[in-house]
Design a protein around this ligand. Structure first.
Ligand SMILES: O=C(CSC(=O)[C@H](Cc1ccccc1)CC(F)(F)F)c1ccccc1
Ligand SMILES: [Zn+2]
Length: 157
């Protein structure tokens, strides 16, 4: 597999509805997901969605960690989420800064639900249902938007 590159705003791939992955595809995509995590870390991202490297499938990585903008962000191991969904989201929202590897140099404040219930599949086919809050919930909502052709500037207040 040749090196992945990050699609920039204007690339139509970022405006597509990504395709659901079938469990039989999970293992075929394992090498791609490893590359996806690598390029996210190379760019100091706290998340990345498959369409951002021109693979329009419903998968992303969430990798919260403390950073200058969110010093008390929780430290979490990069987590690959397949066919992710929000099953409930709080009415309560919070505005905060976001960035995007596909829109370098831009920052904007975006309102996101402060609490969400999510469901996703892991590479070994487990179904995970859990509640997220705060910065991790923000990253999840940002990445899920990428699977639906939405970028954070579309939601900037
Ligand atoms: O500029 C970045 C990297 S942008 C980033 O990591 C995106 C994820 C993200 C950053 C901040 C809030 C929500 C999501 C990754 C993307 F573009 F692939 F989705 C940043 C990192 C931490 C906090 C704020 C900004
Ligand atoms: Zn983004």
């Amino acid at each position: 597999m040749d090196a992945l590159t990050i699609a920039q705003l204007g690339n139509p791939i970022l405006r597509q509805q990504a395709e659901t992955l079938t469990p039989s595809q999970y293992n075929d995509y394992a090498p791609f997901f490893a590359e996806l995590e690598k390029i996210m870390l190379e760019h100091n991202g706290v998340g990345i969605a498959a369409p951002q490297v021109s693979e329009s499938v419903r998968a992303f990585i969430v990798a919260s960690r403390p950073n200058p903008r969110y010093p008390n962000a929780p430290m979490m191991a990069p987590t690959l989420m397949l066919n992710p969904e929000i099953t409930w989201q709080s009415e309560e929202t919070e505005k905060d800064w976001e960035g995007c590897l596909s829109i370098p140099g831009m920052r904007a404040k975006v309102s996101r639900s402060t609490h969400i219930d999510v469901r996703y599949h892991t590479l070994d086919g487990e179904v995970v249902s859990t509640r997220m809050e705060g910065f991790i919930a923000r990253i999840f909502q940002h990445e899920l938007d990428h699977l639906n052709g939405i970028v954070f500037l579309d939601r900037a207040d």
